[in-house]
Design a protein around this ligand. Structure first.
Ligand code: GUN
Ligand code: ZN
Length: 508
């Protein structure tokens, strides 16, 4: 049995950051058993739709047809490569601080409340629901340091049907007395127990644990909050369990970097695994994680605002991914990441909301600020005039560094780039045959209820044109959605073919 979606479709494609597919009349079939995309046909005229479906043997009772209206389109679901579940209640609070003060004064007190499991259940239920309804189909969650509360987070994500990585913070030092783990041994035991719990959650129909939607993730909060003993143990877990993903923070804030270097002088750092040549004589932030075996192809590094050149090369060599969190980076006055230069190096980059350093749970807000961040980079680059002059050159031929990111790249970062950072690019991130259907039905119609977005159906009405959408109109719809859209424009949210959220789901 299949569900066939018929209407406009927008998707990035593998390997192309400078262009994307915009198909005004697509038919896309999803298996109702496995949730995978079975076939996609482009340019299907309404009168040919029945024939196309008959060609694939889809008739009568086998068929569920979803026809999109004018002003609606399909897009891959958003991937949030970095957020904090227990900080959702804090969104919009404490906006005056920089990182280390903000952690001490605003963040740790709130996270400490998640010791109360009943509180955690209520808060996480609300948090995960709003994250899904904002179109996030895959989410990398930091929990608090608590084992039980973080199990609850994993259970809720599992029950809601979102694809996710869930980890509990490892933090056994440089944290307040009321919010710190008792020892590195405790931290490790609780981490292993959480991994076991998450892997025991029932995989969806017929799947194996490795195919489960919710996966565990090692979560050393950041180097400052972990003793060398703890980092050593976590590196050991990572080495013995190579499929295990790792998330942490890197080079977010200037004071944080100074403190990190003071805690880890080269004399105490172990020699990194896979290290060739002499041991580094100076500490770098990435070098600390590398020394403990935590910088790998399945490591997700949030922020990367102030990376040194040698760190960029090391991250590339290890094929670790970066979560760009521009809303948070502006909000906490951390700075702005040089994303274009990272992309030019071939480093994997996705977007993160970093709630509540970032004040929005929506990847759309991250897209808007990623655009602004890239424009700040362009404006502050010495060759500003030069790059402006080349504005109209074919995008594929120019590097991304020191240039504003085009819509195609913003779309990529929000979807397929995020999938690469999570090593899920074979499964999700784009609408391609064989991938799982993690997707959104977006509406940029006047009746979406978003007063900030001028409805494209109204445009067509005013122009007196028919209701057929052409390719350039569809591209315009995408741009308008990315810059002016919010959850009111997200009608349906699908993960692995299942409807799990969106405006229509909430009403039902
Ligand atoms: N943005 C952000 N940076 C961190 N570094 C360590 N912990 C945090 C956190 O909770 N948020
Ligand atoms: Zn963070």
């Amino acid at each position: 049995m299949s569900t066939v979606f018929y209407g406009p479709l927008v998707t990035p494609t593998t390997g192309s950051l400078s262009s994307y597919l915009a198909i005004p009349n697509a038919a896309l079939s999803v298996s109702r058993d496995t949730g995978t995309i079975q076939w996609i046909e482009e340019d299907v005229h309404p009168s040919a739709l029945q024939d196309v479906m008959a060609k694939y043997g889809i008739v009568g009772e086998d068929l569920f047809l979803v026809e999109l209206q004018t002003g609606e389109f399909l897009i891959p679901g958003f991937i949030d490569t970095h957020t904090h579940g227990p900080q959702v209640p804090n969104m919009g609070s404490g906006q005056e601080h920089e990182l280390l003060d903000w952690l001490a004064k605003v963040t740790f007190p709130t996270e400490a409340k998640f010791k109360d499991v009943a509180f955690a259940r209520r808060a996480y239920t609300s948090a995960v629901r709003r994250i899904i309804d904002n179109g996030t189909t895959t989410c990398c969650y930091y929990g608090s340091l608590h084992l039980e509360g973080t199990k609850v987070l994993a259970d809720i994500v599992h029950n809601f049907g979102q694809r996710a990585f869930v980890g509990k913070c490892n933090m056994d030092r440089n944290s307040p007395d009321y919010y710190v783990e008792a020892s590195s041994q405790d931290s490790v035991l609780h981490t292993l127990e959480l991994i076991t719990h998450i892997r025991s959650l029932a995989p969806s129909a017929g799947g194996s644990p490795s195919n489960a939607l919710v996966q565990p993730i090692l979560t050393p909060r950041f180097a400052i909050s972990c003793t060398p003993e703890l980092l050593t143990s976590l590196g050991g877990i990572a080495a013995s369990d190579p499929s295990l993903t790792i998330q942490t923070h890197i080079s977010e804030n200037a004071a944080e970097i100074v403190f990190t270097k003071s805690l880890f002088p080269p004399s105490i750092l172990p020699t990194p695994p896979n290290h060739h040549g002499p041991k580094p004589t100076e500490t770098t932030y990435a070098g600390v994680y590398d020394a403990y075996g935590l910088l790998k192809s399945n490591t997700i590094l949030a922020h990367a605002v102030h990376l040194e050149g040698s760190e960029v090369d090391l991250i590339k060599r290890r094929n670790a991914g970066i979560s760009h969190c521009p809303t948070s980076n502006f909000n906490l006055r951390s700075g702005w990441a040089k994303v274009g230069a990272l992309l030019d190096k071939g480093i994997k980059v996705g977007l993160g909301t970093d709630v509540s350093g970032g004040f929005s749970p929506s990847i759309l807000t991250a897209v808007q600020h990623a655009s602004i961040a890239s424009k700040v980079v362009a404006l502050s680059a010495p060759e500003h005039k030069h790059t402006q002059a080349h504005h109209h050159t074919a995008a594929t031929t120019i590097p991304f560094a020191n240039r504003h990111l085009p819509v195609s790249t913003l779309l990529y970062l929000a979807t397929l780039g995020g999938a690469e950072v999570c090593n899920l690019q074979e499964k999700v991130g784009s609408l391609e045959v064989g991938k799982e259907f993690d997707a959104l039905v977006v509406s940029v119609r006047e009746d979406s209820g978003n007063p900030n977005l001028w409805g494209v159906d109204l445009d067509q009405e005013l122009a007196g044109s028919g209701s057929e959408t052409d390719k350039s109109e569809l591209e315009g719809m995408l741009e308008r959605f990315l810059f002016c859209g919010d959850d009111r424009n997200i009608r349906r949210v699908y993960v692995r073919g299942q409807l799990i959220g969106g405006k229509e789901f909430r009403r039902a």
